[in-house]
Design a protein around this ligand. Structure first.
Ligand code: ZN
Length: 329
């Protein structure tokens, strides 16, 4: 926290989520009406859960699709009736022995399905390969994919991570251990081929907002592939470095993109943290803003930039609602 906080009593406290001292309760006018579906969140039952829902309410986020631990699903659904839809996730914290973990995951897929989950998530970021030697092509995952198909699930997948992290000095610089960025993708193609025509949402702009021509080749080859816009800092800096190309990409793929935030609800976060992501996404998709992003980002240029794409209203409706409706939300 910087020392000038005390000098700015009329604006909000400056935090990593609010480096410009904005009032996130002063929500800019939406360019389109109707509901907004956030297809990628991690809602947990914590003391700050009401602050998350306050932010969602203020920013018109009507439906929230969440990766919530199985044992919190009933409580959250009762507390926030009609607001939540759930994505089946495993108990990563209990991943000691992969055989036992796999058996538990198979059972949890049934339990989530009984609770109404329609999509299951695979998190296969580079650490899964680096620390457990696993990709979605490993034998470990095949019974889980099969169980998902048998139970009627569609899929979500986190593949890749920001390109900066693969560079020299980055956390995945050891390519022999983590694979290169491009080597993350055969496992996505394996999933897309195995589950077609079931849909796959590849989270965080398919993990490759930095390389839109590559994403385009995947979208063109796999009609069941969809992308969500989640991971605010990553997507905002990726768009800010190539706003014209990003706008062309969104317009071209307007039926394949879904709005998502990747907000994680945790006790340590407050209203400003939650609202900052929705504020930034609103500016990113709806406005023609060219300026700084209010969210600190260690991987961004200094200062972090935000370039709004000013999407047409009919494209915003697809991004916010219609594409998610078509996928069952
Ligand atoms: Zn996430």
């Amino acid at each position: 926290m910087s020392s000038h906080d005390a000098d700015t009593p009329t604006s909000a406290r400056r935090t990593p989520a609010n480096r410009l001292g904005l009032d996130y309760r002063a929500v800019p006018a939406r360019r389109v009406g109707g509901r907004i579906v956030d297809v990628h969140t991690h809602v947990h039952n914590t003391p700050s859960t009401p602050a998350f829902f306050e932010a969602a309410d203020r920013y018109h986020i009507g439906k929230i699709v969440s990766m919530t631990p199985l044992d919190q699903v009933d409580l959250l659904r009762t507390s926030y009736p009609g607001r939540l839809d759930f994505i089946a996730i495993p108990r990563w914290r209990e991943m000691k022995n992969s055989a036992e973990f796999g058996r538990q995951w198979l059972g949890d897929l049934e339990a989530f399905r009984e609770k109404g989950a329609r999509r299951m998530k695979f998190w296969v970021a580079p650490p899964l390969r680096g620390e457990h030697g696993l990709t979605l092509q490993a034998p470990f995952f095949q019974p889980l994919i099969r169980q998902g198909l048998d139970l009627g699930y569609d899929f979500m997948v986190h593949v890749g991570d920001p390109s900066e992290w693969f560079e020299r000095g980055g956390r995945y610089a050891d390519a022999a251990r983590y694979g290169t960025k491009r080597e993350q993708y055969p496992q996505l193609e394996h999933l897309l081929e195995t589950v077609a025509p079931r849909t796959v949402i590849a989270a965080h702009m398919g993990g490759s907002v930095e390389d839109l021509p590559f994403l385009q080749t995947l979208l063109d080859r796999y009609p069941n592939l969809h992308l969500d816009t989640s991971a605010t800092k990553w997507v905002v800096r990726g768009v800010a470095r190539q706003p014209e190309a990003a706008r062309d990409f969104v317009l071209r793929n307007q039926d394949r993109l879904l709005f998502g935030s990747d907000l994680v609800v945790a006790a340590s976060y407050d209203f400003d943290h939650y609202a900052s992501r929705y504020w930034v996404h609103q500016m990113l998709w709806e406005s023609d803003r060219r300026g700084e992003s209010p969210i600190e980002d260690a991987d961004a240029d200094d200062p972090p930039r935000l370039a709004g794409l000013a999407l047409p209203p009919e494209v915003l409706r697809k991004l916010y609602d219609e594409n998610a409706t078509r996928l069952g939300y």
